[in-house]
Design a binder for this molecule. Structure first.
Ligand SMILES: NC(=O)c1ccc[n+]([C@@H]2O[C@H](COP(=O)([O-])OP(=O)(O)OC[C@H]3O[C@@H](n4cnc5c(N)ncnc54)[C@H](O)[C@@H]3O)[C@@H](O)[C@H]2O)c1
Length: 253
């Protein structure tokens, strides 16, 4: 087990990728604070013993709540070692159909401001503890690619990539590592929005092997990235996309 005696906070923990990350970290020996906006969805973790897993309702767009989340984990488990800023939202919509507020601010606040707050609260806690910690942000292949109907989402994920680099540089003197993972198409409730649009089969083919990534596959990469085995990976976003960004949609399908 690679994460024995490590304490991790995971946001967006009740979602598809978040749940898989929580389970994988527990399997690697970590203690986990699983946090999400949805208190009812967090009941999925009710059966775990409290010395291994606790839950916390948080809105990552509120810094006071993010700070309280970190402190709750520290009070319960004694320290923070790993911060995983995974909460994210997005809803496909053509740019010119946007409501300038409703289709920009919420996504930006969760995906960009929320990650910023997580970096800040965790970095400050690591400094207080005088310990080297790891911060892992969930980005997306869309951070570096243009795509239709996801304008605000892509912009917010580009910000995640840049925050990952800048935070890694500023926190490096404290021995803190910051990196990100960029999934392509992962079969979760977020992605299922494309099913309702009749695009499910289309987006499957955007991955080189034309199969959706499973949340557990992203969790495997995350567990590696936050472990000491990934000690030399810092300030970058690691692609976990089955080649999504390396080819154009095949002519011969
Ligand atoms: N599914 C994919 O194909 C895919 C691809 C690339 C990146 N991602 C990223 O992976 C991350 C997880 O996405 P997912 O696919 O598991 O989606 P999901 O919708 O299954 O889970 C997202 C979770 O975030 C929580 N959340 C939303 N707003 C929040 C807030 N303000 N505060 C706290 N929690 C909040 C939701 O309640 C939900 O449980 C996101 O950052 C997403 O952008 C997903």
């Amino acid at each position: 087990m690679r994460l024995t005696n490590k304490t991790a906070v995971v946001t967006g923990a009740a979602g598809g990728i978040g749940q898989a990350i929580v389970k994988k970290l527990l399997a690697e020996g970590a203690q986990v604070l699983a946090a999400d906006l949805s208190a009812s969805a967090l009941t999925v973790f009710n059966d775990y013993p409290k010395d291994k897993l606790i839950t916390f309702s948080v809105d990552v767009t509120d810094y006071q709540q993010v700070e309280a989340m970190v402190q709750h984990g520290v009070t319960h488990f004694g320290q923070l070692d790993i911060m995983i800023n995974n909460a994210g939202i997005g809803a496909p919509k053509p740019l010119l159909d946007h409501d300038p507020i409703a289709d920009f601010e919420p996504v930006t606040r969760v995906n960009q401001q929320g990650v910023y707050y997580g970096i800040l609260a965790a970095g400050r806690q690591f400094r207080r503890q005088e310990s080297k910690g790891v911060i892992l942000n969930t980005s997306s292949v869309y951070a570096q690619l243009a795509s239709e109907m996801t304008f605000t989402y892509n912009v917010s994920k580009a910000a995640v990539d840049m925050m990952t680099k800048c935070a890694a540089l500023e926190l490096a003197p404290l021995g803190i590592r910051v990196c990100a993972v960029a999934p392509g198409r992962v079969d979760t409730p977020m992605l299922r929005q494309y099913e309702a649009l009749g695009l499910w089969d289309h987006i499957r083919k955007e991955q080189m092997r034309q199969t959706f990534t499973q949340p557990s596959e992203i969790a495997d990469i995350v567990a590696f990235l936050v472990s000491d085995e990934a000690n030399c990976i810092n300030g970058c976003t690691v692609s976990a996309s089955d080649g999504f960004e390396h080819f154009k949609y095949p002519l011969l399908g």
